[in-house]
Design a protein around this ligand. Structure first.
Ligand code: PNS
Length: 167
């Protein structure tokens, strides 16, 4: 069965942890959509357009290098994730689990999403050992205080963070 998988997130900003998930998730379905949520409640540092541009740039780079196939696409969305999943006909939601601390939030979201969209299954991938502690929130804090984030985020994002925090 041709399946469409959706990997949603705020991606504020995209990290190497997210990219690792994209590579691995791309092998699980015939098409993978990376869905960037507006998420105004999280007060993102980067606008939806900027976050989408960063993700598109890195996904295109990975396509050019042959790391992922052409069947990976990027879309931004507003509103409920389950409504977006219905619009794009996704039957699988991909989420990454880094540590036990992620579990409660993820379990709540998966349960709520299942209630809102019965035919949508959440599939959890464990973060790779190298990336398991990389979180966008930490990256922003490190960048804010002038720390080196080059091992956490692609260089275009590192540059934007440096510009933003005047480092
Ligand atoms: O990368 P994040 O911030 O952990 O991703 C969270 C995301 C985007 C998956 C979640 O906030 C979301 O689904 N937002 C869209 C609004 C929505 O549907 N909220 C109800 C979730 S149960």
């Amino acid at each position: 069965m041709a399946q469409i998988a959706l990997y949603p997130g705020t991606f504020d900003p995209l990290t190497f942890g997210h990219l690792d998930m994209v590579v691995r998730a791309s092998t699980l379905s015939s098409k993978l959509i990376v869905g960037i949520a507006e998420n105004p409640g999280k007060n993102p540092l980067f606008s939806l357009e900027q976050r989408k541009r960063f993700v598109e740039f890195e996904i295109n780079t990975m396509k050019d290098k042959g790391v992922i196939s052409e069947s990976v696409e990027v879309q931004a969305f507003t509103g409920l994730l389950t409504d977006f999943a219905k619009r794009v006909n996704a039957s699988m939601l991909i989420r990454g689990l880094r540590a036990v601390s992620d579990f409660e939030y993820e379990f709540q979201m998966a349960s709520a999403n299942k209630r809102l969209h019965e035919n949508l299954e959440t599939v959890f991938l464990t973060a790779s050992e190298k990336q398991h502690f990389v979180a966008s929130k930490l990256v922003k804090e490190i960048a804010r205080y002038g720390g080196d984030v080059s091992s956490f985020v692609p260089s275009i994002i590192e540059k934007e963070l440096m510009l933003l925090f005047n480092k």
